[in-house]
Ligand binder design. Structure first.
Ligand SMILES: [Zn+2]
Length: 139
């Protein structure tokens, strides 16, 4: 996806604010072809766990509606990995089956001073990393 530095910073800041649990949220994009990030929406990890995350169905639905009202699309679901590398876990792969067409952006906090952000497309059991193009100015 294409994302402005400012929006990416919001995602990383969310992860750093919750060093003891996986943070999560979604990123709206203009459309699913260009995938230019428009806004970051925080969500709550219902498990408040450092090992997994889940966004409650009603909350996710509300976020989808808010994004749709703006004429945008749900472009990515993001979450953090508190200790492990920013690579999708088996749980993530299972959850991804419910959300085709979105990217999975993961913030790795194993080195808190140097958060590592990566994005993936998950199709079935196939995990493919996709580039994050960071722009200085919002698009
Ligand atoms: Zn994960």
């Amino acid at each position: 996806m294409d994302i402005a530095q400012e929006l990416l910073d919001q995602v990383v800041a969310h992860a750093q604010e919750l060093p003891g649990e996986e943070c999560c949220g979604v990123i709206a994009v203009d459309d699913l072809t260009a995938r230019r990030a428009q806004r970051v929406y925080r969500a709550e990890n219902v498990h408040r766990s450092d090992l997994r995350f889940e966004i409650e169905g009603t909350e996710l639905l509300k976020l989808c509606e808010a994004i749709e009202e703006q004429g945008w699309e749900l472009g990515a679901i993001y979450h953090s990995h508190v200790r492990s590398a920013p690579y999708p876990s088996q749980t993530d792969v299972g959850f991804a089956a419910l959300w085709p067409d979105v990217e999975w952006l993961i913030v790795g906090l194993s080195d808190p001073a140097n958060p590592e952000v990566r994005s993936y497309v998950i199709e079935g059991a196939q995990i493919s990393e996709v580039p994050i193009d960071v722009r200085e100015v919002p698009v």
